[in-house]
Design a protein around this ligand. Structure first.
Ligand SMILES: Cc1cc2nc3c(=O)[nH]c(=O)nc-3n(C[C@H](O)[C@H](O)[C@H](O)COP(=O)(O)O)c2cc1C
Length: 171
């Protein structure tokens, strides 16, 4: 069985339960790497051509406009095919209750028929938000397992829980 993690993660200023902090590695990226370590999965990072503002509130404003416009931001590179992969982990920060729009751009380009999909989010209170419904639409034809929400401020402390979940997913 071959495993893949497709994820988006944002660096810069972020909100951590009560305060703003600059991070050089995004929370979702930390979890994506934990999953890769636990399952031997390949990693594919979704990156938009236009970068988001570093400031948390400015980034929130741009992300909200994109969500309302149902935008499909251009990506630096697109994954063209899932051929050869059986299990696909899909990771993202919750932005305004769902996945960042760049993930919509990428996921819509792929054929998920017959694939096993395991969503995971990092968040500051919304859990998986509305993302499961959006993923079921974006990944038509996939068997979508139950998702794993991890609070962003706890990603380093959550490695054992993440590894345990990921290993069960691919068993
Ligand atoms: C633009 C933006 C919108 C966000 N919206 C939500 C939200 O609706 N619900 C929530 O719980 N957290 C929200 N957050 C917090 C992030 O989901 C959380 O900090 C996440 O761990 C960031 O992951 P990353 O470092 O991989 O980008 C938002 C953060 C940003 C930057």
């Amino acid at each position: 069985m071959k495993n893949l993690v497709i994820y988006y993660s944002h660096t810069g200023e972020n909100y951590f339960g009560g305060g703003l902090k600059n991070i050089s590695k995004g929370n979702t990226e930390v979890v994506a790497e934990q999953i890769a370590k636990a399952t031997g999965a390949d990693l594919f990072k979704v990156e938009t051509v236009n970068t988001y503002p570093n400031g948390y509130y400015a980034c929130c404003d741009v992300a909200k406009d994109e969500l309302h416009a149902n935008a499909r931001p251009k990506l630096k590179k697109e994954l063209k095919s899932l051929d050869g992969y059986d299990n696909i982990f899909i990771g993202y920060p919750i932005w305004w209750g769902t996945l960042p729009m760049g993930m919509f751009t990428q996921l819509e380009k792929l054929d998920f028929h017959g694939k096993n999909v395991f969503p995971f989010s990092t968040h500051e209170g919304s859990g998986l938000g509305n993302s499961m419904g959006d993923i079921k639409k974006l990944c038509a034809g996939a068997n979508v397992g139950s998702g794993l929400p991890i609070q962003g401020s706890t990603v380093y402390a959550s490695e054992a829980k993440v590894a345990d979940w990921a290993k069960k997913c691919v068993k």
